[in-house]
Design a protein around this ligand. Structure first.
Ligand code: SME
Length: 159
């Protein structure tokens, strides 16, 4: 297992996702601990794209609880009916928020966060077990390209 992530020098996100997906897959292949794997996914996304905040909220009893992340400190518990993360949990679908101030109920862990994407993480039985939250300090930073590829990335965590 290589512990160095190779990231192409390009601003083309699709190209970066294409390059890192197989590397993250082989990094996760040898490890079954999901928290360890979430930690490496968060680190790889942070390293590859320099996102402001990348991390997981894990489903625990009746809340989403902060899991492995990279970036500034963040709120620890989110109710299922709150925020972008809660919306992702209840709908089971990826949510792209171009402007967090325009999203009713958005939870501002940091005033620097301007746009975000939240992607559901499913286990092999299709139960939602966590959400991946990626925050940017620029408006309108996420597109369907991010949705498509981040869904592939979190698919590596289902086992
Ligand atoms: N903005 C999220 C909360 C998590 S932080 O951004 C890290 C939300 O509205 O659910």
């Amino acid at each position: 297992m290589s512990e160095t992530l190779w990231v192409p020098q390009t601003s083309e996100r699709k190209e970066i996702y294409e390059a890192i997906l197989p590397q993250v897959r082989s990094l996760l292949d040898g490890e079954k601990d999901r928290i360890a794997n979430m930690a490496n996914v968060a680190a790889a996304l942070k390293e590859a794209f320099g996102f402001f905040w990348v991390g997981f909220y894990v489903v625990k009893e009746d809340q989403l609880v902060l899991g492995p992340f990279q970036g500034p400190i963040a709120c620890t518990r989110i109710n299922f009916n709150r925020g972008v993360c809660g919306h992702c949990y209840t709908t089971g679908a990826t949510v792209i928020v171009p402007d967090v101030e325009a999203f009713p109920g958005h939870i501002a862990c940091s005033s620097a966060s301007k746009s975000e994407i939240v992607v559901p993480v499913f286990d092999t039985d299709q139960n939602i077990i966590a959400v991946l939250d990626v925050d940017s300090d620029t408006l309108n930073d996420f597109s369907e390209v991010d949705a498509e590829w981040l869904e592939k990335v979190v698919g590596l965590l289902s086992k």
